[in-house]
Write a protein that binds this ligand. Structure first.
Ligand SMILES: NC(=O)C1=CN([C@@H]2O[C@H](COP(=O)(O)OP(=O)(O)OC[C@H]3O[C@@H](n4cnc5c(N)ncnc54)[C@H](OP(=O)(O)O)[C@@H]3O)[C@@H](O)[C@H]2O)C=CC1
Ligand SMILES: O=C1CO[C@H](CO)[C@@H](O)[C@@H]1O
Length: 335
């Protein structure tokens, strides 16, 4: 948590963005627009990438995080590749700068935990960019199931390969969004994982079907891949009295309830806001800095979700290893 408020005089928070690819340029655009921020600069190693964005947003372009921090930032958004999150966020924390790091918090939980410790020791805020928590359709689903006895959650997050392959597979890159949502919806920890995944085309896993059970007894399922020709993101939640369906792309959220013995029920579309999730996320981050309160998605939560993603990968690896051991033993017997 921020040790002191940043705008006692009403000035804007001086923020920079590190990494100006697909996500970083969106962070920069939004930060150039929100009232709480002054976008002091953006960093990316490639001038052909960073210069035109900086010119459009009327901010400074620099080549490295060190140069960005020299612009006297109070906070940075880390939107570089996942395998660099730990290094980049550590550099900012070491200079006493608050950090919003994109999801996943790092490429493994050990690095994530290290970031949490460094931020705590330095007295700076560390928030993780689990942006779906700020998606109005997700918020409408969460509101519809508030106080309900949740039975199961099934989430689909599929689409084509990203324009540039991530440094991690689909479980760590995409399913981590939904692991976070399952924990957030149920306010309970995931205690059992039953993962299935494989690498159909890419070097790392590109298709996964993951099953979970939470401490509160909710069953959950994530269907994710990079092999579907179009993007689809759906959430289905069954509670004892309702069935709620959210389409995170069209932002249509439907609630079925009032189940009657003859099989009939009531159905209604729920009101969904129109806000841009990233704008709400960044405003929430800046507000936490200004007010000195805990961020909406803490580093600790980012680590827990990444831990679950890693448990999925490890569990499958353990089963795979057992099968291979069995095959090897069988082969030895034959010889
Ligand atoms: N919350 C969400 O919905 C989303 C989150 N993300 C997350 O954002 C992160 C970035 O993903 P994405 O934007 O798709 O990736 P990109 O590859 O499109 O962008 C990353 C950028 O960072 C640059 N970069 C590399 N090294 C450094 C460095 N040392 N300092 C500064 N910049 C550097 C890259 O430059 P170069 O090309 O020269 O290597 C590239 O321009 C990932 O962690 C991803 O998980 C991504 C999309 C959506
Ligand atoms: O939601 C997302 C869209 O795709 C990107 C590339 O796979 C992800 O990193 C991101 O989290």
């Amino acid at each position: 948590m921020a040790s002191e408020t940043l705008r006692p005089d009403g000035a804007r928070v001086r923020v920079g963005v590190v990494g100006c690819g697909v996500m970083g340029r969106n962070h920069a655009r939004v930060l150039s627009e929100v009232a709480l921020a002054e976008l002091v600069g953006i960093a990316d190693p490639d001038p052909a990438v960073v210069d035109p964005i900086a010119a459009t947003l009327d901010t400074k372009a620099v080549a490295s995080i060190e140069d960005l921090l020299d612009l006297d930032c109070q906070a940075v958004v880390i939107a570089g590749p996942t395998h660099l999150h730990h290094e980049l966020a550590s550099t900012a924390i070491a200079r006493g700068v608050h950090v919003l790091v994109e999801k996943p918090i790092a490429s493994n939980p050990e690095e994530g935990r290290d970031l949490v410790q460094r931020a705590r020791a330095a007295g700076v805020t560390l928030m993780v960019g689990h942006v779906e928590r700020f998606n109005p359709a997700v918020l409408a689903v969460k509101e519809a199931i508030r106080g309900e006895d949740i039975l199961s959650i099934a989430i689909t997050r599929v689409g084509p390969f990203p324009p540039r392959m991530s440094s991690v597979g689909v479980v760590t890159d995409l399913a981590v969004h939904d692991i976070d949502l399952i924990r957030w919806f149920t306010e309970s920890d995931i205690v059992e994982v039953q993962p299935q995944f494989k690498s159909a085309v890419a070097e790392r896993e590109d298709i996964a079907l993951l099953q979970f059970r939470t401490a509160s007894g909710v069953l959950a399922h994530i269907n994710t891949n990079w092999l579907t020709p179009f993007k689809a993101r759906h959430i289905h939640v069954a509670t004892r009295d309702k069935y709620v369906i959210g389409d995170l792309i069209t932002r249509q959220v439907t609630e079925c309830s009032g189940f009657r013995p003859d099989g009939s029920y009531s159905m209604r579309h729920l009101p969904v806001g129109h806000t841009e999730p990233l704008r709400v996320e960044l405003t929430s981050f800046l507000t936490s800095l200004v007010s000195g309160t805990a961020p909406a998605v803490t580093g600790e939560e980012g680590v827990i979700s990444l831990d679950i993603a890693m448990r999925c990968l490890a569990e499958r690896a353990a089963v795979g290893a057992a099968v291979e051991d069995f095959a090897a033993a069988k082969a030895r017997k034959v010889r």
